[in-house]
Ligand binder design. Structure first.
Ligand code: DGL
Length: 262
């Protein structure tokens, strides 16, 4: 099966890294919308336009059999429209609020995402369904998307940004931080140094891949060393050349390391 993963940028590689290991016999396409990243600070109508273009490319030209929108921001504003336009299974991503509250229904949860996701109607609905005790706080961290795109993960600037945004919260009261943007997974080691040990990470990466398998009738294997092949595209252009591919590999290697941090 030809499975496309789509993100505004390199965040979705954190989902791809897992998907290729547990579905090693499939064929993957990865689309990073490098011309338009970041999405989270742009207008909703601009993002909808970018997502339409990406789907045209992936489904109409590349004949993807299924699309994973490995981007919470694009899911928030455009997934419903794509489901109306295309017949292929489309798997979106939403901040894993339900999972975090199920793990500890009494302590607070800090949901981090992009400004579009944080202010979106989709997240508001999710909270009104699951956050019945009012335990969730929302925090937009758009700076992390820019840092991730420039491969800056643990510099003093990143630490300072994280510290300035996280320290106003009484973190000892929280059971979890939800990574509601796929770009944020690259910062788990840096965040681990700043957050109390009592606070765990929750993201939707594994759940999204399970949902992909369920919707396509595929069976996932235990993650091993075998990896499915993948073709990479930047805003519809095939990514070629040593330098571009080495850049992707370095993100994938970091994504795999971050997956081990809980
Ligand atoms: N990685 C994306 C997400 O999961 C969006 C980052 C951005 O382009 O602002 O929301």
């Amino acid at each position: 099966m030809r499975i496309a993963l789509f993100d505004s940028g390199i965040g979705g590689l954190t989902v791809l890294s897992h998907a290729r290991r547990v579905l090693p016999s499939e064929e993957f396409l990865f689309f990073a919308d490098r011309d338009h990243v970041p999405y989270g600070t742009k207008s909703v109508s601009a993002v909808r336009g970018y997502v339409r273009e990406a789907f045209r490319f992936l489904v109409e030209r590349q004949k993807a059999d299924a699309v994973v929108v490995a981007c919470n921001t694009a899911t928030s504003v455009a997934v419903e429209e794509m489901r109306q336009l295309y017949d292929v299974p489309i798997i979106g991503m939403e901040p894993a609020v339900k999972k975090a509250l199920a793990q500890d229904p009494d302590r607070r949860v800090l949901v981090t995402a992009t400004p579009i996701t944080v202010n979106g109607e989709k997240l508001r609905r999710l909270l009104s369904d699951y956050d019945t005790k009012g335990l969730v706080d929302l925090l937009a961290l758009p700076g992390l998307v820019e840092f991730a795109e420039s491969r800056e993960f643990s510099s003093a600037r990143v630490e300072e940004y994280l510290w300035n945004t996280l320290s106003p919260y009484e973190l000892s009261k929280y059971s979890a931080i939800v990574l509601g943007c796929t770009h944020f997974n690259y910062f788990k080691d840096t965040m681990r140094r700043l957050l109390p040990k009592t606070m765990g990470f929750v993201d939707g990466n594994e759940g999204t891949v399970e949902e992909l398998a369920r919707r396509t009738g595929l069976t996932t294997a235990a993650a091993g060393t075998e990896m499915a092949p993948c073709e990479f595209f930047e805003s519809g252009r095939p990514m070629a050349g040593q330098e571009a591919l080495a850049r992707i590999e370095s993100y994938l290697a970091r994504a795999a390391r971050m997956e081990q941090i809980v």
